[in-house]
Design a protein around this ligand. Structure first.
Ligand SMILES: [Zn+2]
Length: 331
């Protein structure tokens, strides 16, 4: 049975409260370059991923003393408005802490090598995403719990998207903030050099068993109840295998990574800035192709990849007689 990607509902247009936790819808329906944020109001005021709605967050900064900002991972669309909270401590994933201090460290995690690309993207990070090196950093680790005013925030490891990507669980309110396990029709994103397809899949498997009442993503639909979450997660997980299938079909004739990236395999159309999206396409393609190569489902020669012909049915049994039933063993 194949599942089509679900058509997600729109994000709630208004602030929603789950006890002391507020869901703040991001601009543009929580699409990049924005994300949905959380505000936690107990004895102290905390913010999660401040890149949703500048007006709301600016008003908050003027009327409350925000003591802590929790950031799920180093991507720019989760920390656009950090600068509104100069007095806060910034809690960030330990494996990525350097990327909050320096653009060079962020570029290294992305795998952005070209000096011109780094200069160009660096300017965008400063101009459009207000990047400035964070001081007052507190690196966190999975399993750590932070408490205030009877509210607990627990760090849940969710690597894959980035090495330190983390979800935030609020057991008292039964809310899990999934960050960029975003359940969008695009599917999982692993377009950085240090992103991992394997880790992302393991994360999705673990999260499938994570039972709670409300699940909140950082992008698009945003709010999911338990049954919706399971359905959306199933479709999201399946999109990885669908990408493999689509790739294998295209590789009936040999193609290089560049040719596949030039065809916008993942995004379907050109996006700006082209060199960043080309980089992402190449990263994601390479992760699929390397795995397919390891599985003996594609071969690689002269810089191009080619799908192995399926050796099933009659041809497989014939090969089996020669103790050579698996394509990878025949090379
Ligand atoms: Zn991200």
């Amino acid at each position: 049975m194949t599942h089509q990607p679900l058509t997600p509902a729109a994000a709630p247009p208004e602030v929603r409260a789950y006890g002391p936790i507020k869901f703040i819808p991001g601009r543009k329906g929580g699409r990049y370059p924005y994300c949905h944020s959380l505000v936690i109001e107990g004895e102290e005021t905390w913010v999660v991923d401040p890149a949703g709605d500048k007006d709301y967050l600016r008003h908050l900064a003027r009327t409350r003393r925000v003591t802590a900002v929790f950031i799920s991972h180093y991507h720019e669309d989760h920390q656009k408005y950090n600068y509104l909270f100069p007095e806060a401590r910034f809690y960030v994933p330990a494996p990525e802490a350097e990327a909050f201090r320096s653009l060079e460290a962020a570029f290294t995690l992305m795998g952005l090598d070209d000096p011109q690309a780094r200069d160009y993207w660096g300017e965008i990070m400063v101009r459009d995403f207000n990047f400035r090196p964070l001081e007052n950093l507190v690196p966190f680790e999975p399993g750590q719990r932070f408490r205030q005013g009877g509210i607990t925030l627990e760090i849940v490891a969710a690597p894959g998207h980035t090495p330190g990507h983390s979800c935030f669980y609020f057991p008292g309110q039964e809310v899990l903030f999934l960050a960029d396990v975003d359940l969008t029709p695009f599917g999982p994103w692993y377009g950085g050099q240090t992103s991992s397809l394997k880790d992302f899949e393991a994360t999705l498997e673990r999260l499938a068993g994570f039972q709670t009442r409300t699940y909140i993503t950082a992008h698009e639909q945003g709010v999911y109840q338990a049954d919706e979450f399971q359905e959306a997660l199933t479709a999201y997980r399946q999109s990885i295998a669908q990408r493999d299938d689509r790739l294998l079909k295209m590789l009936k004739t040999p193609k290089t990574v560049k040719q596949l990236a030039d065809g916008h395999f993942f995004y379907g159309k050109p996006k700006d800035p082209p060199f960043i999206y080309h980089h992402i396409e190449r990263q994601m393609l390479t992760k699929h192709l390397e795995r397919l190569l390891g599985q003996g489902r594609v071969s690689h020669a002269g810089g191009a990849y080619l799908a192995e012909k399926r050796r099933d049915g009659a041809s497989l049994s014939r090969l089996g007689e020669k103790n050579c039933s698996h394509p990878s063993r025949s090379r």
